[in-house]
Design a protein around this ligand. Structure first.
Ligand SMILES: Nc1ncnc2c1ncn2[C@@H]1O[C@H](COP(=O)(O)OP(=O)(O)OP(=O)(O)O)[C@@H](O)[C@H]1O
Length: 656
């Protein structure tokens, strides 16, 4: 049973020589993204920045156009004011240094420039506040939109994706993209601000002397290259630690979740689990420490080279003054403009490197969304009616990480009005087969058809609308009792249908005992709702399936947690439920399968027996009879095959 989606782990086949611990199976060798990130150059980043700024603005545009327009306006105005302020500086300095003694007239002539300068400074401060407020408004909205798009994409992935090594990693990386998406706009905005400031100051600096700007640009280059490298190292380290971070997330879940809390205590597992946490944490630290040192070394080199290059610029400025190429008054302006251009370049380079790294995460996010982590549902578009017959023909299915097929050349059919039981020992393929019949998985070979149409041709979501499943591990949704049964899909009959389904499942007694009936929240740990016992939850899960207007009903160990009276109620009512549904029943309680019209016995993914309960019980050397006898041995009961399905046409029970 699960109440919340728990973090999953990929058990990837690694085959790595150094793998000595199963835990290390979380590591997937040869991550292509790391190779791709390694190949990234400064030039690539320079090309990438405008694209990333466009992307951040586009994301902002999606959530709040007015705020994006205002933000751009603010940045533009701020740049213009910066240029005016710098030019006014010359107007202020000039009269002050014109002679040794400053007269009142000189001071007065500086006043207009001083007014422009202070006005520009004041207005820029106001614009700074406005732009901070605008990005504070946009950033969380962008992150939420990014998260919604990601969640939507995840629901559009094939269920089989979860069994694929790499899917969970791609999900994690994409999730990181969501986390950093809120930084995207801020970084883009800083770059825009720094660019506006740079352009304005560059314009003023060029007016002072044309050589200064190219010199300064060259001086900024070493730091730029170093920043890009550092950003790349940090991104690669983050990718390399993805699997361990997922392991930490999973351990956190197992350590603190209510569902495992009793076992953590009774099994005195806390030190053991925390030790695993520490080990994985230490691995992450090692990787990030290495990355931090490498980044620091590169940044230091960049800083030293940049410092020397800046010294050259200042020497050039001094030479220009000494050779009389620029006036002393202009030196003041040049001095300020150089500082501004230099700060602007630093801003572009620094935030550019950050934005570049954010962009790499965002690529992971965008890639996931584009192809649902590489497993986008790509089936036909036909919407099926409730099926009259569901047929599997020679199907084979192998989980990606498995070394043998879970199902091997299996054929069977289930018709509306009949109950087909799948029986077999643990791991024989029963659950897998039921998932393939209900189109949750597609077979690797062979075909499953609904009324003659291959499930590959059917629209997946429309197909699942015709399926009701009670899985072995059913969800205990942290919702009201009503929503737990309707799953938000109320029928025209409303609560009458909900209560009818609850009665059929024995959940009516559960609901009667709830303090607010169907309105009661069933999630104590979340919102102070009411908690149910395991069996009570199973009754709710059954009511959920019975409420659904589905043509195919799949019950996988549907009464494992029920008391004998509740179990009896389910199985005596099942025949009635099967009147307008095809029912697939998976159970180990063989006395219950006597209700079935036909039984299919699986062993290691192959059908080894099929027939009516009477036929299979009569086969003394068959697996079914053996399991039956084992189950009844301790009670001393004798097999008592009775056929409760007289109405079934004999030819309907054909298995081919
Ligand atoms: N997600 C998965 N990834 C890899 N192998 C899987 C996965 N799920 C099941 N298997 C394997 O497929 C085989 C069939 O599993 P399945 O769950 O269908 O068996 P089952 O008959 O329903 O077993 P049980 O009676 O224990 O519920 C088993 O060998 C199992 O280990």
């Amino acid at each position: 049973m699960t109440t919340i989606p728990k973090p999953t782990a990929t058990t990837a086949p690694t085959g790595e020589a150094e793998v000595s611990d199963e835990e290390l199976k979380f590591v997937i060798p040869g991550d292509r993204r790391i190779e791709a990130a390694n190949a990234i150059t400064t030039r690539a980043m320079a090309r990438r920045l405008p694209q990333l700024i466009r992307r951040s603005l586009a994301l902002g545009w999606q959530v709040d156009r007015a705020a994006v327009i205002a933000l751009l306006g603010v940045q533009l105005l701020s740049g213009v004011l910066e240029a005016f302020g710098l030019m006014a500086t010359t107007g202020v300095i000039k009269p002050l240094i014109a002679s040794q003694h400053i007269s009142g007239d000189q001071l007065r002539s500086a006043v207009p420039s001083l007014a422009v300068l202070s006005g520009a400074i004041g207005l820029r401060a106001l614009l700074g506040i406005a732009s901070t407020a605008l990005s504070a408004r946009l950033a969380p909205r962008i992150a939420r939109e990014a998260e919604l798009e990601l969640l939507d994409a995840a629901t559009k992935a094939e269920l089989a994706a979860y069994d694929n090594p790499g899917y969970n990693d791609r999900w994690d990386a994409a999730d990181r993209g969501v986390e950093v998406s809120r930084d995207l706009l801020t970084e883009a905005q800083y770059i825009l601000g720094a660019s506006a400031s740079l352009i304005a100051s560059a314009f003023v600096l060029t007016a002072v002397h044309p050589i200064l700007l190219p010199l300064l640009l060259l001086a900024a280059l070493p730091k730029g290259v170093a920043s890009v490298r550092a950003a790349r190292i940090s991104y690669i380290a983050s990718l390399a630690t993805t699997k361990d971070r997922r392991l930490l997330g999973m351990l956190r879940w197992y350590v603190v979740d209510k569902q495992t809390a009793d076992q953590v205590r009774s099994g005195t597992m806390a030190p053991f689990l925390l030790d695993k946490y520490r080990t994985a944490g230490a691995r992450i630290d090692r990787t990030t420490d290495q990355a931090t040192w490498r980044s620091a070394r590169i940044s230091l080199l960049g800083g030293v080279a940049g410092g020397l290059a800046h010294a050259v610029v200042w020497v050039a400025l001094a030479l220009l003054v000494f050779t009389g190429q620029i006036s002393v008054a202009a030196v003041g302006t040049a001095f300020l403009a150089l500082g501004r251009v230099s700060a602007g370049l630093d801003g572009i380079v620094g935030y550019g490197a950050q934005l570049f790294r954010t962009g790499m995460y965002l690529d992971d996010w965008a890639d996931f969304i584009d192809e649902a982590g590489g497993h986008r549902i790509d089936r036909g578009s036909q919407a099926p009616a409730a099926p009259t017959v569901v047929r599997a023909e020679n199907i084979t299915f192998q989980y990606p990480s498995a070394d043998r097929p879970a199902l091997d050349d299996v054929s069977l059919e289930v018709r509306r009005g009949e109950v087909v039981a799948l029986v077999g020992e643990n791991g024989s393929g029963k659950t897998t087969l039921s998932k393939i019949l209900s189109a949750l998985y597609l077979p690797d070979q062979g075909a499953v058809s609904w009324d003659g149409t291959d499930t590959r041709e059917l629209d997946a979501h429309a197909t699942w609308e015709r399926v009701a499943v009670v899985p072995q591990a059913y969800a205990c949704w942290p919702l009201s009792a009503r929503e737990n049964i309707t799953l938000g899909q109320a029928t025209e009959q409303g609560d009458a249908a909900v209560l009818a389904a609850a009665r059929a499942a024995g959940a009516d007694e559960v609901i009667d005992g709830l303090r607010s009936g169907l309105n009661t929240l069933l999630a104590k740990e979340w919102w102070g709702g009411q908690e149910l016992s395991g069996g009570q939850w199973q009754r709710i899960a059954l009511a959920r399936a019975f409420h659904r207007p589905a043509g195919l009903l799949v019950l996988d160990e549907p009464t494992a947690a029920l008391d004998p009276r509740a179990e009896h109620r389910i199985f005596t009512g099942l025949r009635q439920l099967a009147a307008d549904r095809a029912v697939v029943l998976v159970t180990h309680r063989l006395t219950n399968v006597t209700i079935a019209d036909r039984i299919v016995v699986l062993d290691k993914g192959r059908v080894i027996q099929h027939g009516t309960p009477e036929e299979l019980l009569a086969q003394q050397d068959g697996l079914f009879r053996e399991l039956w006898d084992l189950q009844n041995e301790r009670t001393g009961r004798v097999p008592a095959p009775t056929n409760s399905n007289e109405h079934v046409e004999p030819n309907q029970s054909a298995l081919f």
